[in-house]
Design a protein around this ligand. Structure first.
Ligand code: ARG
Length: 393
């Protein structure tokens, strides 16, 4: 049979676990192979997925994609990546995951890839763009079958699948190295204030978020390379900053987001390291990039973020934007010190060998250029406006 094997992108949760018997029974596959891709989600999630994949599927793979993901995140930092204020943690991870799933599908000689995304979100589009690019046929049982949670639990039990009786929080969580999102349940009502217990990375309770500290981030060519003078690889740096800045309640976003399909969604995110790193990176750019570069780069950043959000990073435009971004980042080397204080992060000092700042030009106390020359500039400045106002009188 041609379609005897299917590779399933597997998180270990109820939806994707239910997909395993469904792919056998409803879709007629003889072999279901699960793949869990590590992009820095909690260790326990990966271990649970591995345990369940091995138990319920014919074969299971766990693939470590953290290095690939960090590489993509470095590019995101260079691009100050955000879509409508969302730091793109889920969006940027999807092509990284999809590429790893494709590797396994090829190795297994499978022709079909399945995933557990619904038909309402963005992830289906992001995953499938990659799967289809490599010529795979795609199956999305959740999208096709419109299953309710009750049906899934019932079906799981009939197939000998344990449904963990966790203290049920009715939220859908997506978590990786860069961000944690909390959706669903009462949060779907935008007029409802999220209770504190939906948050795990950030704390705004007084005992922990009180106080303050200064952190120093070192950058080389737009990429963060050190924390408080200690050189760290990206994984370690992001992980440490998440914990450090999370204590101060930094990096929460509660927003109305425009999904690709057109509807608006209410989203809650936590992303302490992302907030600190992008704040620092932007600040350093302001020191070293020219006014015109900064202005033009904003448009590039917006386009860049939209391509990532839409899962269209295979578009040739993405390569062109990255070429521009990389060129600007050649000079984004230096350090920024930031104050972490009560949910906020603010740059308080910075320096770079490529600084375009000249103290003697701007200083009240020093004389770099004779101020008298400014008079000539001032004579011409605003000349068209003055003529226009005169004519109107
Ligand atoms: N709204 C965000 C996005 O589209 C995060 C979605 C997270 N949820 C999920 N089920 N993947 O990127």
């Amino acid at each position: 049979m041609v379609m005897s094997k299917v590779v399933l992108s597997y998180s270990g949760g109820l939806d994707t676990t239910v997909c395993i018997p469904l792919l056998r029974e409803k879709y007629g596959f003889e072999e279901v192979i699960t793949v869990t891709v590590d992009i820095g989600q909690p260790r326990s999630d990966i271990e649970l997925a591995e345990k369940r994949g091995k138990k319920y599927a014919d074969r299971h793979y766990t693939v470590d994609a953290r290095e690939d993901y960090v590489k993509a995140l470095f590019q995101l930092i260079k691009a100050n990546g955000n879509y409508e204020g969302y730091v793109l943690g889920t969006a940027l991870a999807r092509p990284v995951i999809a590429e790893k799933i494709v590797d396994i599908a090829r190795k297994e000689n499978a022709e079909v890839i399945a995933h557990g995304c619904t038909g309402k979100g963005n992830d289906q589009l992001r995953f499938e763009n990659v799967f289809r690019q490599y010529g795979f046929k795609v199956i999305a049982p959740m999208r096709e079958m419109n299953l309710t949670r009750e049906w899934e639990i019932d079906y799981a039990q009939k197939h000998g699948i344990e449904v963990p009786v966790t203290k049920e929080k009715p939220y859908s969580i997506d978590e990786n190295l860069w961000s944690r999102s909390i959706e669903g349940g009462r949060l779907e009502d935008p007029s409802y204030i999220p209770p504190e217990d939906v948050f795990e990375w950030t704390s705004i309770s007084d005992e922990v978020s009180d106080g303050q500290e200064i952190v120093e981030i070192g950058f080389e060519k737009g990429v963060p390379v050190s924390l408080n003078g200690e050189e760290l690889d990206g994984l370690e740096l992001i992980d440490r900053l998440n914990r450090l800045a999370g204590k101060y309640g930094i990096g929460r976003t509660d927003m109305i987001e425009d999904r690709v399909l057109g509807f608006k969604a209410r989203e809650n995110y936590e992303h302490p390291a992302a907030t600190v790193l992008i704040t620092a990176h932007r600040d350093l750019e302001r020191l070293v990039l020219s006014r015109r570069e900064l202005k033009f780069k904003k448009f590039v950043e917006e386009e860049w973020a939209e391509l990532v959000y839409y899962g269209l990073t295979n578009d040739p435009l993405f390569d062109s934007l990255n070429a521009f971004i990389d060129k600007t980042q050649e000079r984004v080397t230096g350090w920024v010190k930031l104050r972490l204080l009560k949910g906020s992060v603010m740059p308080v000092a910075r320096d770079s060998p490529y600084s375009l700042y000249r103290e003697e030009l701007v200083s009240f106390d020093k004389f770099g250029i004779d101020q008298k020359y400014a008079e000539g500039f001032s004579v011409f400045h605003g000349i068209q406006g003055r003529i226009y106002r005169m004519l109107k009188k």
